[in-house]
Design a protein around this ligand. Sequence first.
Ligand SMILES: NC(=O)C1=CN([C@@H]2O[C@H](COP(=O)(O)OP(=O)(O)OC[C@H]3O[C@@H](n4cnc5c(N)ncnc54)[C@H](OP(=O)(O)O)[C@@H]3O)[C@@H](O)[C@H]2O)C=CC1
Ligand SMILES: O=C(O)C1=N[C@H](C(=O)O)C[C@H](O)C1
Length: 250
Amino acid sequence: MSKLRVAVLGARGRIGAEAVRAVEAAEDLELVAALGRGDGLETLVEAGAEVAVELTEPASVMENLEFCVRHGIHGVVGTTGWTDERLARLGGWLDASPTTGVLIAPNFSIGAVLTMRFARQAARFFESVEVIELHHPKKVDAPSGTAARTAQLIAEARREAGCAPQPDATTTALDGARGADVDGVPVHSVRLRGLLAHQEVLLGGEGETLTIRHDSTHHSSFMPGILLGVRRVVTTPGLTFGLEHFLDLD
Ligand SMILES: NC(=O)C1=CN([C@@H]2O[C@H](COP(=O)(O)OP(=O)(O)OC[C@H]3O[C@@H](n4cnc5c(N)ncnc54)[C@H](OP(=O)(O)O)[C@@H]3O)[C@@H](O)[C@H]2O)C=CC1
Ligand SMILES: O=C(O)C1=N[C@H](C(=O)O)C[C@H](O)C1
């Protein structure tokens, strides 16, 4: 069987370099291009890439994906910065290229995907829910894409269950003291040397609390998810948001 032809964008970055190694080590995949900033996207076409793994930065991801989708190259995207407006633009490009698939995964690690799932399940049973994400100090965006998605899932679950707003008597606060408000869920961002990617979901009810914590201690935690995404996206046209859709969790 012929190998799937894969390119990595952001190949010299922290996760991109790890992804290059993971694709090279996979027997069913062939790394045909490894692009860094300033490298021409035409290389993807010249190299015959079938899937592009996009691991760059929020300022670059849209231009890269527009090119890929226009050329029928499937995308596996870990880059953050997704808004409704960006998703709608991507949806428009995919409508014009109906056989092309794009997976956007706020987090490729199984533990983080399960954290989001468990947080969504638990959210309606507790009066209070807050999210704390903790990352390495070179991270450029806050809150993390994972924390933003976790908060959205929590908020959706609470809306569906008809939960009351969270109790919070704060009337005066320094800017940022109560975190960012993501769909009504406070999200706090820590940047600390020595950390990689970590998240806690704190849930509180009368006389009890529940903490769901996940730690990625190495970029290798993201690789099985990326490889799964690469293998599955080629037969999944359109937009898939979240690796859970490829994990048969139910
Ligand atoms: N979904 C997930 O599971 C994960 C997602 N991420 C996300 O992935 C992204 C990258 O993270 P990280 O590796 O830590 O960041 P880095 O800054 O280490 O890597 C990004 C790389 O992309 C390069 N780059 C920027 N623009 C382009 C472009 N147009 N074409 C090609 N390369 C480009 C940068 O070049 P230069 O060095 O010149 O700036 C850099 O080498 C972030 O959005 C992060 O949040 C990270 C880990 C897991
Ligand atoms: O920048 C990172 O490192 C990470 N980014 C993603 C995010 O913003 O959620 C995924 C993971 O947390 C690592």
